[in-house]
Design a protein around this ligand. Structure first.
Ligand code: BGC
Length: 517
């Protein structure tokens, strides 16, 4: 049998299976005496988890061991007649073990990978791996399930998504992108220009995104008049948590300006408490820095620095003050070796009362909620000193990527359900973010989320994009700036002014790169 005939055989089997309309997850292809083909359909009777394990085992065995074997066997086999095919239902997936592969002498293989993948399955790439992030992703997965879609998780660990974005890039470059991915920023718009992203114009019209979603959010996910990602939730980066038990015991209110924060830090130290949950991971340093920068620079200069990325603006004295404040924060705990603690461990330690202050995006609130069951109970929440009434945002999104097999209708279905009010509420509550919808009742949010949402909703408030979380710049700009900031906090020999020069150089080089495009 030549390759064309072999393809025809596989196609015939596939259409047979489709015609039978079985809810099939795994297919077995048996060539009996090389004359007829019997298709065993394994129905979806077992638990999803064991089914997933079973599926990945089969995929692994199939791709590593059986595929070449099947292809040679099929090449030798006579083509089957469709009517000789039989569909046997009723086997349970848990019977599918290695024994089936090893014992069945007549067993020649299994249908190829595209058939194994359920038509309604969407693999979703993201970096939500902490407890709260997992429950937020589960809320989305459940919504998928109840609409006949299957969320196939493709999470890549690593706070801030640095690792996930690298994996995503290589999958896109190798032509096997996930169906959906947590990605935004200039990388997404570049990919959209190359035709790799599914425009969501139809979904946006059908779901009335213009009427429902904050215009700033819609603007962020729109490229060349077409929405290219689904906005899920708004995180606030300029949010600081103060350990409630400690602050209550020392009778300290959450500080609102830097002088008050200095006083708080002194009192924490005097009480023998390590002041701040710090990490030298570059994305965490950049996250703290941009909120401090907003405080010192104010929204207008911040816009010039981060959105317009004017290299000369980085030499401003206010940037120097922000850098000095960053170093001050890093020194709060006294002399420290390089310490790249994971953000999740820092949240746990903060919750246990080992630190008084926690600075990071408000996903840390989600994580506290996962630990305590109630977001407001273990901490006070306040804007970064000097940023009251400002919102430094990072918006989580899912974009739908085009692959070799069209999943457009499933992708559009998924995109449509992600902005429903109920899902927005349940997802954002566990995630620590706030809904992207402009017509919700803020009284249903806890106090910190209420403040975040109301600030974002206020047209007079300053809403500025995050550099550290790809809202305003490319991955390359973000990585380069975060690297410079990390070197600054780790190396006392580097001055604030040298760091400003380096940041200006980063912006200059990357601006040139962009203008060559
Ligand atoms: C994402 C959040 C995530 C955080 C920590 C941010 O870039 O926007 O959704 O929780 O990283 O990984």
């Amino acid at each position: 049998m030549g390759p064309l005939e072999m393809d025809a055989t596989l196609l015939r089997i596939y259409s047979l299976i489709k015609r039978r309309g079985c809810t099939i997850t795994v297919f077995f292809l048996k060539l009996i005496h090389c004359e007829s083909i019997e298709v065993h359909c394994v129905t979806q009777t077992t638990q999803k988890t064991s089914l997933m394990k079973c599926k990945s085992l089969i995929l692994m065995v199939f791709s590593k061991i059986l595929r070449p074997f099947i292809q040679t066997s099929l090449q030798k086999a006579k083509p089957c007649r469709a009517e000789a095919c039989q569909c046997k239902l009723g086997r349970s997936a848990d019977k599918v073990t290695f024994r089936h592969f090893l014992n069945a002498s007549v067993f020649l293989g299994m249908l190829s990978v595209p058939f194994v993948t359920h038509a309604q399955t969407l693999d979703v790439m993201h970096w939500w791996t902490s407890a709260s992030e997992r429950s937020a992703a589960n809320a989305l997965a459940q919504a998928f399930n109840s609409h006949g879609l299957q969320w196939q998780d493709a999470a890549v660990e690593g706070g801030g998504g640095g690792a996930a974005v690298k994996v995503l890039k290589s999958r896109v470059l190798s032509g096997s992108p996930p169906a959906a991915a947590q990605i935004i920023g200039t990388m997404l718009t570049d990919w959209a220009d190359m035709g790799l992203v599914l425009p969501l114009t139809r979904v946006a019209a059908q779901e009335a995104w213009k009427q429902q979603i904050f215009p700033e959010v819609l603007h962020l996910v729109t490229h060349k008049h077409q929405p290219i990602a689904v906005p899920l939730g708004i995180h606030r980066i300029n949010s600081v948590l103060y350990q409630r038990t400690i602050f209550d015991k020392l009778e300290m209110p959450p500080p609102r300006d830097w002088a008050a924060l200095e006083g708080v830090a002194r009192r924490l130290r005097n009480a023998g408490i390590t002041p701040i949950a710090w990490s030298d991971e570059n994305w965490q340093v950049a996250t703290v820095f941009e909120a401090v920068l907003l405080s010192y620079a104010g929204p207008e200069l911040y816009e010039r620095l981060v959105r317009a990325r004017h290299p000369e603006a980085w030499l401003d004295r206010r940037v120097e003050s922000a850098l000095n404040r960053l170093r001050w924060l890093r020194d709060l705990n006294g002399p420290m070796q390089r310490q790249e603690s994971n953000w999740i461990d820092n949240v746990k330690a903060f919750h246990a009362g080992r630190f008084g202050i926690l600075m990071n995006g408000d996903w840390v609130r989600g994580e506290l909620l996962a630990l305590t069951g109630s977001s407001d109970s273990s901490s006070y929440c306040a804007p970064m000193p000097g940023t009251e009434g400002m919102h430094l945002y990072s918006i989580d999104t899912l974009s739908m990527l085009k692959g070799s097999m069209s999943k457009q209708s499933e992708q559009e279905k998924a995109a449509a359900l992600l902005t429903s009010v109920t899902l927005q509420r349940s997802y954002n509550r566990v995630k620590g973010s706030v809904p992207v919808l402009k017509d919700i009742d803020p009284k249903l949010l806890d106090s910190c989320a209420h403040e975040s949402w109301s600030t974002f909703a206020n047209p007079r408030a300053h809403r500025v994009p995050s550099l550290a979380h790809r809202m305003a710049a490319s991955e390359a700009t973000k990585e380069a700036a975060a690297g410079v900031l990390q070197r600054f906090v780790l190396n006392r020999g580097v001055s604030a002014q040298q760091t400003q020069q380096q940041l200006a150089a980063v912006m200059r080089t990357l601006l040139k790169e962009n203008s060559r495009k």
